[in-house]
Every structure is written in structure tokens, then in C-alpha cells.
Design a protein around this ligand. Structure first.
Ligand code: Z5A
Length: 214
């Protein structure tokens, strides 16, 4: 049996994570693997409740520190109830965003102190790190154009400026440069089909899986 693996997907708005997550999940399941596709903030009933609180634009001010604590609160619940039990059973977990998103959005975007995020990460999942993280990298202008074309309700992050998303993207690239053994950076500015194929190939290479048909 193939050992359980924890894969995370990261990127700014409009990078195509949702579509890539679906295609990658299908490709892994086609190999006979049990794969849980999940997301953060969220993934369980209570964590999805926190997601609504933190993403919806309400009347009350949510400071950058409060936002950081809410992300880690949701993450702890997600890990305890879904991620860790799945991995313990030998099942794979594919998570759309994880702690790198807190470094990029709350750290890079909002200016939260890196050491606070590191301390929280250590407390919540010091012994649990993704086996591989795909960073779908796209220029901010391209990502924002895609999101504008999609329309729909706008959340607390989608109202942010392009400068905010530049800081987020830069922090992601810094993280990837610092941990090349875990990160694979995928050019997400090309056609979505090509992005999906590159993501699948990157996971096969990083986890040393024989090339599949999907
Ligand atoms: N957040 C945080 O601040 N801190 C944390 O610790 C965590 C999260 C965990 C919700 O995340 C917010 O939470 C997020 C950061 C914050 N806010 N922001 N920004 P989310 O992942 O649920 O939300 P999202 O970033 O808005 O993801 P999304 O809606 O899934 O967008 P996407 O990843 O880009 O996926 P998509 O739906 O596949 O693509 C978006 C559109 O672009 C869609 O119309 C596609 O057809 C189009 N697209 C994508 N790729 C292409 C290509 N290659 N060509 C053409 N068109 C494309």
C-alpha cells in the first residue's frame, strides 16, 4: 500500500486552485488511492463556520491578529477531526490552502509578525507538515482579471488592493525559495489544462509516483 501523503495547494486569487484540486484528486483516485479533498479555512462543520465568520463582510472590525487566530483555530479543528485521522488510516489528504496561506495573507498581506505565525503553527501542527506544496503562481493583474470575470459575492479578501496581493504573492515566492524540497512552483498564467497537467506531473515527481494515465 502507498504511504499516506499530505498535499497542499497555494496561490493568490484566480490562480486556478479549485480546478487543479479537482483534476489532481481525480488523477490520484484513478491510481486507486483514497483521497480527501478539503480546504482551509474550513473542511469540517465547525471550521466551515469559522470560515463564514472570517470571510463574510460584517459590521464588526476583525483585526489582522484576530484573523490569524481564527485561521489557526479553524486549522486545529480541521487537523484534529479530518486531516490527522485520514492520514492515520493511510488515506491521502489534498488541502486547498494551509499554513503557508497564513504566512502569505496575514504575514505578507496584513503585516502580522512572522514569529507569531511560526509560534502558532508550531503549537497547532509542529509535527505535521505537507509532504508537497504546489504554489500556483500567477501575476497579480492576471489573477484579479480572472476573478473579476467570474463575478459573484465579494469577500473580505477580494476587496483588497493589487498592492496587497503583490505582497501576498511575494511572500509565497519567498516561502517557496526557502523550502525548495517541499514546494513546487507551477506557472499558472498558461491555459488551465496545462496548469493541471503540470500540477499532476509535479506531484508525481515530488512523491516519486510512476507516471499515471490521468
Ligand atoms: N486565507 C487566509 O487569509 N489565510 C489562511 O490561512 C487561509 C486562507 C487558509 C479564501 O480562500 C480566502 O481565505 C482567501 C485567502 C484566505 N482569499 N483570498 N484571496 P479560498 O482559497 O477559498 O478563495 P480563493 O483564493 O478566492 O480561491 P478560489 O475561489 O478557489 O479561486 P482559485 O483558486 O483561483 O480557483 P478557480 O475557481 O479554479 O479559478 C478562479 C477563476 O479563474 C475561474 O473562473 C477559472 O475558470 C479562472 N481560471 C483559473 N485558472 C485559469 C487559467 N489558467 N486560464 C484561464 N482562466 C483561469
Amino acid at each position: 500500500m502507498t504511504e499516506a501523503r499530505f498535499i497542499t495547494l497555494e496561490g493568490i486569487e484566480g490562480a486556478g486552485k479549485t480546478t487543479v484540486a479537482d483534476r489532481l484528486t481525480q488523477a490520484l483516485r484513478a491510481r486507486g488511492l483514497t483521497v480527501h479533498a478539503t480546504r482551509e479555512p474550513g473542511g469540517t462543520k465547525v471550521a466551515e463556520g469559522i470560515r463564514s465568520l472570517v470571510l463574510n463582510r460584517g459590521e464588526e472590525h476583525i483585526s489582522a491578529t484576530a484573523e490569524t487566530l481564527l485561521m489557526f483555530g479553524a486549522r486545529q479543528i480541521h487537523i484534529d477531526n479530518l486531516i490527522r485521522p485520514s492520514l492515520t488510516r493511510g488515506e491521502w489528504v489534498l488541502c486547498d490552502r494551509f499554513t503557508d496561506a497564513t504566512h502569505a495573507y496575514q504575514g505578507g498581506g496584513r503585516g502580522v509578525d512572522r514569529s507569531l505565525i511560526e509560534r502558532l503553527a508550531n503549537a497547532v501542527h509542529g509535527d505535521l507538515q505537507p509532504d508537497v506544496t504546489l504554489l500556483l503562481d500567477v501575476p497579480v493583474r492576471v489573477g484579479l482579471e480572472r476573478m473579476q470575470a467570474r463575478r459573484g459575492a465579494v469577500d473580505r479578501f477580494e476587496i483588497e488592493s493589487s498592492q496587497f496581493f503583490e505582497r501576498v504573492r511575494n511572500r509565497y515566492l519567498e516561502l517557496a525559495q526557502a523550502q525548495p524540497q517541499r514546494f513546487r512552483v507551477i506557472d499558472a498564467s498558461v491555459r488551465l489544462d496545462e496548469v493541471c497537467s503540470a500540477a499532476i506531473a509535479a506531484v508525481e515527481e515530488a512523491l516519486q509516483l510512476p507516471p499515471g494515465r490521468a
